[in-house]
Design a protein around this ligand. Structure first.
Ligand SMILES: Cc1cc2nc3c(=O)[nH]c(=O)nc-3n(C[C@H](O)[C@H](O)[C@H](O)COP(=O)(O)OP(=O)(O)OC[C@H]3O[C@@H](n4cnc5c(N)ncnc54)[C@H](O)[C@@H]3O)c2cc1C
Length: 434
């Protein structure tokens, strides 16, 4: 998994031109109160919030800060969870489902606070538009909008009807949509690196190139082992997402690493950019295998979609994504693609996030299932609250029950590939059955 992962990073547009000074790798033995495994948004936010509470914190990152999903993502910051709120209501009682929704909305507000408080310049733009491809999508999205307004008092969503959709997205593929002005988009690598710097300013120590290989119990608590060092600590926060490794098999059984991809065009002219997405919002469609796109600060179209349930990074994905982009925006048929990259999603069986404790003093968050940009930040704050002894808000998500992926380590991928063929077919038949 790791080799193919490294080769794709070189083409990640976000990483190009990064001015972040590297952090040292761990050498020798150190002791802290809390050791955080993983330097993505969840791990950096946990480290920041713990350090602000006065804990001595070390972050161990296998590669570099933001190397995982956080530094490769579509940059779309949304409320809610991947499985959707109606599905979450089937998994939690009404009061907890409400608390979970409110926490995800708080996650968006927290992002704004963190950017302002720690002076994180990450190209934030307000606005996310969810678009409908056909009537079935329209019925579903409209019902969701009304449900969120009625049951959750969420009034940030504005219905964009057929007469107005062209004012927001210049594509004939979409018939209508819902615009959320509280949501938006940002440069996810700059944001993650900003969180790491804020954590360091608050007193945390960050180590890069320091992959954790195992965890063992000690008289004081826990010891985490890397190739060249060890960290002794009272508490552990596991935020390694899909690439944590097989030393925590009980976590690994609950998620499947799914490859997903992005392409970036060359910078577009002001007029062309304006024509594609006139109000510079982030856009995603309602298909099971979604297309999502937005403009970067230098006016590239960043277009994501496609998933590989084989867990690989086949070279043809850039071409497949390009075709999807051209279907949405035929005027880009000759525009050069300058970058393409992939990353791992950590999906759970029910697509709800997976938080909890493995043993006393060992906390984890994972399973954001492709919807973690805002949620991983608040997850870090909830982890810090839990370590400090206030468990209630962390437990809203920790109460969600999760099944193992069926089929065991060998059969689970083929089983999922089969299931996904059905969803792809459903997407392509969507317009016929609506
Ligand atoms: C291509 C792509 C597009 C996406 N687009 C969106 C989007 O538009 N909106 C959205 O909400 N979500 C999106 N997501 C999902 C979102 O990026 C993730 O849910 C979120 O970033 C997860 O953050 P994290 O901190 O949990 O994990 P990560 O960012 O993956 O961080 C985990 C870190 O742990 C490190 N690590 C792993 N194992 C070890 C170990 N053993 N020792 C030390 N370090 C370790 C990894 O190197 C990695 O840096 C996307 C994901 C991808 C891949």
């Amino acid at each position: 998994m790791t080799d193919t992962y490294s080769t794709t990073h070189a083409l990640n547009w976000y990483a190009e031109g990064s001015t972040q000074r590297p952090f040292a790798h761990l050498q020798g033995e150190i002791a802290v109160d809390v050791c955080v495994v993983g330097g993505g948004i969840a791990g950096c936010s946990a480290a920041l919030h713990l350090a602000e509470r006065g804990y001595q914190v070390a972050v161990l990152e296998a590669e570099s800060i933001g190397y995982g999903a956080s530094g490769r993502s579509g940059g779309q910051c949304l409320p809610g969870v991947s499985c959707g709120q109606t599905q979450l209501e089937k998994l939690l009682d009404p009061a907890l489902a409400r608390a979970a929704w409110d926490l995800t909305v708080e996650g968006l507000a927290l992002q704004q606070q963190l950017m302002a408080r720690h002076d994180i310049d990450c190209d934030w733009q307000a606005g996310h538009l969810q678009v409908c491809c056909h009537r079935r999508h329209e019925r579903e999205l409209h019902a969701e909008l009304e449900h969120l307004q009625r049951r959750y008092d969420y009034h940030s969503l504005e219905w964009i009807d057929r007469s107005a959709i062209a004012e927001h997205v210049g594509s004939a593929c979409y018939v209508s949509g819902a615009l959320d002005r509280q949501a938006g988009h940002l440069h996810p690598l700059k944001y993650t690196q900003g969180l790491a710097r804020a954590a360091v300013s608050a007193g945390a120590t960050v180590y890069e190139g320091s992959r954790v290989l195992g965890r063992q119990r000690t008289a004081r608590g826990w010891q985490l082992v890397t190739r060249e060092g060890t960290v002794s600590c009272r508490e552990v926060v596991l935020a390694g997402n899909a690439t944590l490794g097989n030393w925590e098999p009980s976590l690994q059984r609950k998620i499947l690493g799914v490859g997903t991809y992005m392409i970036a065009t060359q910078s577009l002219s002001q007029e062309r950019a304006q024509q594609l997405i006139p109000q510079n919002v982030a856009v995603s469609d309602m298909n099971w295998i979604i297309d999502y796109f937005r403009l970067s600060a230098d006016r590239r179209l960043l277009f994501g979609g496609e998933v590989s349930y084989g867990g690989l990074y086949p070279a043809h994905y850039a071409g497949a994504l390009r075709k999807r982009m051209q279907r949405v925006f035929p005027e880009l048929s000759t525009t050069p693609i300058t970058h393409h990259w992939g990353g791992w999603l950590d999906i759970t069986v029910n697509r709800a996030p997976h938080f909890g404790r493995l043993e006393p003093g060992v906390y984890f968050v994972q399973g954001f299932s492709g919807h973690g940009l805002a949620l991983a930040g608040i997850a870090g704050k909830l982890l810090a609250e839990a370590v400090a002894g206030t468990q209630e808000r962390f437990d809203v998500f920790a109460r969600l029950r999760h099944a193992d992926f069926p089929g065991g380590p060998w059969l689970r991928r083929p089983a999922l590939v089969f299931a996904m063929l059905w969803y792809r077919l459903r997407d392509s038949l969507g317009s016929l059955t609506s």
